[in-house]
Design a binder for this molecule. Structure first.
Ligand SMILES: NC(=O)c1ccc[n+]([C@@H]2O[C@H](COP(=O)([O-])OP(=O)(O)OC[C@H]3O[C@@H](n4cnc5c(N)ncnc54)[C@H](OP(=O)(O)O)[C@@H]3O)[C@@H](O)[C@H]2O)c1
Length: 342
């Protein structure tokens, strides 16, 4: 456990952490630990953070095959379970990467994640991106895959059918989406046999996505929020000059000073109180983040003030998924309310 997390050896009672009810009736802790090391934090460091976070009281972990660290994290899960925490008290998510959208590939990829994570089922399995494009890890945002494809609903449904079979086989308890838009979700909701339980999406005070947020909740889908503190450690390739930093926003800074916490903690408290499930990554501050969730609620005035600082500033733009020359990243996000045509 790192120094910042070590100072206090008390466990935060996991039953004090709010939970989200999914349409199946299952419940999921309303905050989880992110595990993407942004090319800077090693798998070993993250595996240690997972062990430390479980000791502190975390029960929800957001993993993905593309993060390249599931085998290391799996060793931590084994240790956590051996230490007496029951499997049914953990909520573990993984995701199928874009180059594994093929019908057989989804099953193989899920089995690989299960083997790496040393589990016999996942609580949640997500389609990481709706685009089936391979690009090498760490590649530049200007790089394009020669066989990059637009969103083709028929193809997405083939992937989704394979996801549904994972539920049928008991390998995963829930399936969900990530990086989706309203028009894409409408088609999926129309055609799915097993509805998505969760949509994982970028959510922080400078990118509140009110329309999509309301849409998913209205359709019985829980919003899970990534980059909840504005991803200060994200790779250079994911930065543009227009990006803003929610933890530097004067409204957040002022509320944080009033409560005596770091601005990141305010972002996480806001997320939980608003009704999404943030999954902050942290190797140094995970204790403070969980403490924030179980203590000192933000006032209605503070919640209103934060609602007022949305800047519609998307940080993870997804440029590598573009399929045509000359396109800008907005094409990936169906801003006109229609799926961008091929
Ligand atoms: N579905 C998707 O496509 C997708 C995309 C992006 C991310 N994700 C998931 O979402 C997770 C979170 O996103 P993210 O990692 O990009 O960004 P994030 O959680 O917004 O930011 C993580 C950074 O914030 C720092 N931090 C966290 N709490 C802090 C605190 N209390 N005080 C000071 N600094 C603090 C961490 O530093 P320390 O480590 O030093 O504590 C780390 O550098 C990922 O790890 C991943 O699991 C999913």
């Amino acid at each position: 456990m790192s120094a910042a997390n070590e100072r206090d050896s008390r466990t935060i009672d996991p039953s004090a952490v709010p939970r989200r009810r999914l349409y199946t009736g299952a419940t999921m802790p309303a905050v989880g630990l992110g595990t993407f090391g942004s090319d800077q934090v090693t798998g070993a460091q993250i595996a240690e953070a997972v062990r430390g976070a479980a000791a502190v009281g975390y029960r929800h972990f957001d993993c993905a095959s593309v993060y390249g660290n599931e085998a290391e994290i799996g060793a931590s899960f084994e240790e956590i379970l051996r230490g007496g925490i029951r499997r049914e008290d953990l909520w573990i998510t993984s995701k199928v990467w874009n180059d594994k959208h093929g019908e057989d590939d989804v099953m193989a990829s899920c089995r690989q994640s299960l083997a790496d994570l040393r589990l016999d089922y996942l609580d949640l399995y997500l389609v990481h991106w709706p685009f089936p494009n391979f690009h090498p890890p760490g590649c530049d945002v200007s790089s394009r895959s020669a066989d990059a494809k637009p969103y083709i609903h028929e193809n997405y449904m083939k992937t989704w059918r394979a996801m549904e079979r994972l539920v049928d086989k008991g390998l995963v308890r829930h399936i969900g989406t990530s990086n989706m838009t309203i028009p894409k979700l409408k088609l999926l909701l129309r055609d799915a046999r097993i509805k998505p339980a969760v949509n994982e999406m970028e959510l922080h005070p400078h990118f509140q996505q009110p329309e999509l947020f309301r849409f998913v909740l209205a359709n019985g889908i829980q919003p899970v929020g990534y980059c909840p503190v504005g991803s200060p450690g994200r790779p250079e390739r994911d930065r543009t000059p227009e990006d803003t930093t929610p933890t530097e926003d004067p409204v957040i800074v002022e509320i944080a000073a009033r409560h005596g916490v770091h601005p990141a903690v305010v972002c996480i408290q806001w997320a939980v109180q608003r009704g999404q499930t943030p999954i902050p990554f942290s190797i140094h501050h995970y204790r403070a983040n969980l403490e924030g969730v179980v203590s000192d609620a933000l006032t209605a005035d503070e919640m209103r003030a934060i609602a007022g600082i949305d800047r519609n500033c998307r940080l993870i733009k997804g440029q590598v998924f573009l399929w045509k020359d000359g396109q800008s990243w907005e094409a990936l996000w169906d801003l006109d309310g229609e799926i961008t045509p091929p």
